[in-house]
Write a protein that binds this ligand. Structure first.
Ligand SMILES: Nc1ncnc2c1ncn2[C@@H]1O[C@H](COP(=O)(O)OP(=O)(O)OP(=O)(O)O)[C@@H](O)[C@H]1O
Ligand SMILES: [Mg+2]
Length: 311
């Protein structure tokens, strides 16, 4: 176990307004690669900052490397952190910047310098490493941020939206690096993202946050399998009557709030194109669409939120 949270709550107070960023959550983050998913404002960065001790809980408890009797300072030496907003020091080149971070993380000058060159090689920053960082492209800055998180060879890496702002090519290179670190070097990773295919490639475990609550905690293969199971159906009219009929046949229906007259039906032995066509006709409607549900995070959220509402 890498992180354990118990009844963890974090509130912010801004202009007399109270914002609950995390609302009484229990959480276990295990060894291996874990994706932290959630829409904007769901509490991902807040959770990360609480793990790192950059924020303190309003109530409840969060523990890094639970059960290990060490100071938080000592534990943090074993963690690498890539923040969501670039906090690169301007006016220095990449070698100096990363050497500096290495020394903060407890390495000697010489070792920090050697490691800086190694991690820059690793992330693919070559002769540009002697240029000032402020002139770098977004993709290069992201690599530098990734490199600084690795410099002291941490056993646990926390990456807050590492693929944000990257081109498709840059994204896939970044994912490749993260995957290698996890699979070949055996590091544990906590990695926040909005993008489901990123998760599929790298992570065994998934945590979904929504409005400061944990909506799902489990294996990524299971959630992706669940999400792939359904059909998306659109009818011309009378959607209420049509969906009621599906439900009466024992099927699970979830409304697709993005489009009128659209809904998802979970896979069921009776569910087929001709069945859906017939149900639509019987309710005075035409079947406009019947296809496999696409796996998007949005759908997963909609699903989980609906299930949550019913429960
Ligand atoms: N320092 C702060 N002061 C006031 N409110 C804050 C602060 N930090 C976060 N919040 C609020 O807490 C909630 C959760 O924010 P958080 O940054 O954790 O979300 P997030 O999931 O990381 O979102 P994003 O995907 O946009 O990065 C939001 O409503 C945010 O406005
Ligand atoms: Mg964030």
């Amino acid at each position: 176990m890498i992180v354990k949270a118990k009844r963890l709550t974090k509130r912010f107070y801004e202009q007399k307004m109270e914002i609950t960023a995390l609302d009484d959550i229990d959480l276990d983050i295990k060894n291996g690669a874990t994706a932290l998913l959630g829409p904007n404002g769901s509490g991902k960065s807040t959770l990360i900052k609480l793990i790192l001790g950059l924020l303190t809980p309003t109530s409840g408890k969060i523990e890094l490397f639970p059960g290990i009797n060490e100071s938080i300072g000592k534990k943090l030496m074993r963690v690498g952190y890539m923040p969501e907003t670039p906090s690169l020091i301007s006016g220095v080149n990449a070698v100096k910047f990363i050497r500096h971070i290495g020394m903060i993380s407890g390495l000697s000058y010489n070792l920090a310098l050697q490691r800086a060159h190694e991690v820059l090689d690793y992330v693919g920053i070559f002769e540009e490493r002697y240029r000032e960082i402020k002139g770098y492209s977004t993709g290069m800055k992201q690599r530098i941020l990734f490199a600084q998180a690795l410099v002291h060879d941490p056993e646990f890496l926390i990456l807050d939206e590492p693929t944000t702002g990257l081109s498709p090519e840059g994204r896939s290179e970044m994912l490749q690096l993260i995957s290698e670190i996890s699979k070949e070097y055996g590091k544990s990773i906590l990695f926040s993202t909005h993008i489901l295919p990123d998760v599929e490639k790298i992570c065994h475990n998934v945590i979904i946050l929504h409005l400061g609550k944990v909506l799902y905690e489990g294996s990524s293969s299971q959630i992706i399998k669940d999400a792939k199971k359904g059909k998306r159906i659109v009818v011309s009219t009378n959607v209420e009557k049509v969906t009621r009929d599906f439900i009466e046949h024992g099927m699970k229906v979830i409304k697709d709030w993005r489009q009128e007259n659209a809904f998802f039906v979970r896979t069921h032995e009776k569910l087929s194109f001709s069945f859906a066509h017939e149900i639509a006709e019987q309710n005075g409607a035409t079947l406009i669409e019947f296809r496999d549900e696409e796996v998007s995070l949005e759908n997963l959220f909609v699903d989980r939120i609906k299930e949550e509402v019913k429960a």
